[in-house]
Design a protein. Structure first.
Length: 169
């Protein structure tokens, strides 16, 4: 199986060296590289996820996020497929756990709308230093009231900070 991945961060060469030592990787070719990232094509011998997806019919929302050596799968709804996948991965000896189960949550604990607003804010340069857009400009671009956007960004930031600090404990 061939997988294209992006290695992000200034230590991507060390991450690539670790990946190349994996028993499941037959080949790793750097397609493009920058000082802080690289696109790498992997020839993967075996991946427990592929077999588990096939046997359970549980397909997550793509792309699959990988952070600090862990895969994070997000399911749009229903515990059935996700539960079957969890059991199958455990049967194969994969250490896995549920980070969050509940309505209206995706990815890092944000609603779909919050993820859209965050992505728009990042793309518009709201979090750049110096900022490339203002709260007023971003609100206008999103068709939202400035006060509504401000409150939403506070909730987004609170959730991201909460998740970040809980992972550090």
């Amino acid at each position: 199986m061939v997988e294209d991945v992006t290695l992000a961060g200034s230590r991507w060469p060390q991450a690539l060296a670790h990946i190349q030592r994996s028993a499941n990787i037959d080949e790793a070719v750097v397609m493009t590289q920058e000082p802080t990232s690289a696109r790498v094509r992997l020839l993967v011998r075996a991946c427990p996820l592929v077999g588990a997806f096939a046997s359970t019919g549980a397909l997550p929302r793509f792309p699959i996020v990988v952070e600090r050596g862990h895969d994070f799968l997000s399911y749009p709804e229903g515990r059935g497929p996700a539960g079957r996948l969890l059991l199958e991965l455990r049967r194969q000896g994969v250490d896995c756990r549920v980070e969050y189960a509940g309505p209206g949550r995706r990815g890092p604990g944000l609603t779909q709308r919050q993820q859209q607003v965050l992505a728009a804010a990042i793309a518009a340069g709201f979090y750049d230093a110096p900022r490339r857009t203002s709260l007023s400009g971003l609100a206008k671009d999103l068709g939202m009231a400035k006060s509504t956007l401000s409150q939403m960004l506070v909730k987004i930031e609170r959730e991201l900070v909460r998740r970040f600090t809980s992972q550090r404990r």
